[in-house]
Design a protein around this ligand. Structure first.
Ligand SMILES: [Zn+2]
Length: 156
């Protein structure tokens, strides 16, 4: 049996960002984090449930390519929460000029909404949400509420 040609699944892009090794099933959440909807005009390629040999992934990953856009640190931090194995490749003139592994920062400001409706960060005050990343989950610095699952649901 002939082997599938490598690298042809989605076309290379000239300038932009390739987000690789996204937890499979999370590609659409990544698009939501980047504010990309059906009506925005980025040129996108999305591949879901692509085979990967990386351990601990269930053998599958998603890939998102966005032309003419480089990501901000805040966007990378949000992606880290839902896709901790993701790698972000900045492409210029078809070359990878930077490869960034995502890392969940120790503190998250303005990125996650507190699940406690009575929390001061949910009141109509000019206060940004603030969480500390702990071994048990994300702890709200205002009310001590801990969020330990479904981070994607709570991303602002
Ligand atoms: Zn809170």
């Amino acid at each position: 049996m002939q082997e599938e040609p490598k690298g042809l699944l989605i076309r290379p892009i000239r300038d932009g960002t390739v987000i690789d090794h996204i937890t499979h099933g999370e590609a659409l959440v990544v698009l939501r984090i980047l504010g990309i909807t059906g009506s925005t005009d980025e040129r996108l390629s999305i591949a879901t449930n692509v085979e990967t040999r990386i351990r601990g992934t269930g053998g599958l990953k998603d890939i998102v390519k966005v032309s003419n856009r480089e990501l901000s640190k805040e966007e990378v931090d949000r992606i880290a929460l839902i896709a901790p194995n993701a790698t972000i490749n900045i492409i210029r003139d078809y070359n990878v000029v930077e490869k960034i592994g995502v890392e969940i920062p120790r503190h998250l400001r303005g990125i996650i909404r507190c699940t406690n409706l009575g929390c001061i960060s949910n009141a109509n005050e000019p206060i940004e949400s603030a969480f500390e990343v702990t071994a048990n989950g994300l702890r709200c610095l205002y009310c001590d509420t801990v969020i330990n699952s479904d981070f994607a649901q709570h991303i602002i």
